[in-house]
Design a protein around this ligand. Structure first.
Ligand SMILES: *[C@@H]1O[C@H](CO)[C@@H](O)[C@H](O)[C@H]1NC(C)=O
Length: 356
């Protein structure tokens, strides 16, 4: 238990440092730049210390325009990842840990690109391509790597954050008028999700995948209905404080359409429903095979979670051998059955489940 408190303490410490960084030298709107008007009445952003005006461009963030290629790709991506995650995240162990790592990397990169790239000389499709490539790298590493825990933790954090983000994006110009408080909320929920995944990987994955999955599905639906003026606009408003985008982001603000608010409320309600459904439909423990989760896509060496009783040495060798073959050639799920048969054939009397 002291291990948990240690983590809790370091999480809180991180959140405090982070909030200090965010609120340092900025107004409540999350920027130190000043919104004004020039002689002709056009919106103008100026540096508070030098008084220089800052060139402005529309907030380019890879979301596309109307239903052009980047916009359609976002929708496809959201559904393609969202549906499996929402409905069977806990069963798709490798996929899930891959998605967790991929999402973590892609979102971090996307946020840093939109915040650092100056006046619109990078196109939507390039930003999207960078995000997708990063996602794929994270995904492949998450699927292939021996250590799945990082992916699972990233998924837990993404699930917690996406939950808080929906609450934050429900109100015009964000839930809390003080910009960085919204981020503290998201961070605290992200830390809770991460912590839950650390405590119990099964529940961390069930809730994390239901939350992140429902968010992505909701994002897909909202992009179909509201294009770039719904959740997409909200995410830009939340993430983007690029000084070259301020005239657009803060000048035009964020007014969520009613349908966006409804979609977010519905997807929030889906989290407990799908968590419970995943828990009931996939009762298998989130087993570790060579420290990997059991997965429809991967192997399942659940033999390691059993202890053999009364085994004669020669029989044990025989059983272990045939099981290794079974692990190689058969899909997950049939293996337990095969093992029982191998055991009966080998005449091993009893086996007992052991907890890790
Ligand atoms: C941010 O808020 C401050 C204080 O209300 C205001 O003076 C400033 O113009 C705002 N900046 C932008 C970019 O909206």
């Amino acid at each position: 238990m002291s291990f948990c408190f240690l983590h809790m303490r370091s999480c809180l410490l991180l959140v405090f440092c982070y909030s200090f960084l965010l609120c340092e030298a900025t107004f409540d709107n999350g920027t130190s730049y000043v919104l004004g008007e020039d002689e002709s009445g056009a919106v103008q952003i100026s540096d508070p210390t030098t008084g220089d005006t800052v060139d402005q461009s529309p907030a380019s963030d890879g979301s596309g325009d109307g239903m052009n290629l980047p916009a359609v790709l976002w929708i496809v991506f959201a559904f393609l990842i969202g549906f499996p995650l929402l409905t069977m995240g806990v069963r798709l162990g490798r996929f899930t840990s891959g998605v967790g790592l991929g999402l973590g990397l892609a979102v971090a990169l996307w946020a840093s690109v939109i915040n650092t790239v100056s006046e619109g000389d990078i196109s939507d499709i390039v930003i999207l391509a960078i995000a997708v490539v990063l996602f794929l790298i994270g995904f492949i590493v998450g699927v292939m790597t021996i250590e799945y825990l990082v992916g699972v933790l990233a998924l837990g954090a993404a699930g917690g954050m996406s939950l808080a983000m929906r609450a934050v994006l429900m109100r015009e110009d964000l839930l809390v008028p003080i910009y960085y408080v919204n981020w503290i909320l998201c961070s605290v929920f992200g830390a809770v999700g991460l912590f839950l995944a650390l405590l119990t990987d099964r529940w961390g994955v069930i809730i994390g995948s239901s939350s992140a999955g429902s968010f992505l599905v909701g994002l897909g639906v909202d992009l179909l209905i509201n294009k770039q003026s719904g959740i997409s606009r909200g995410l830009r408003f939340l993430f983007d404080r690029n000084k070259n985008h301020l005239a657009d982001i803060l000048g035009n603000g964020y007014q969520p359409p009613i349908s966006t608010i409804v979609i977010m409320a519905v997807t929030l309600a889906l989290i407990p429903i799908f968590s419970f459904a995943q828990h009931k439909i996939f009762p298998q423990p989130f087993r570790k095979a060579r420290h990997r989760p059991a997965s429809l896509l991967g192997d399942d060496a659940s033999v390691r979670s059993r202890t053999w009783i009364d085994e004669p040495p020669s029989t044990q060798a025989l059983v272990t051998h045939s099981e290794e073959e079974a692990t190689l050639v058969t899909p997950t799920g049939y293996q337990d059955e095969l093992k029982e048969k191998a055991l009966v054939a080998a005449g091993v009397p009893k086996l007992k489940h052991t907890e890790h």
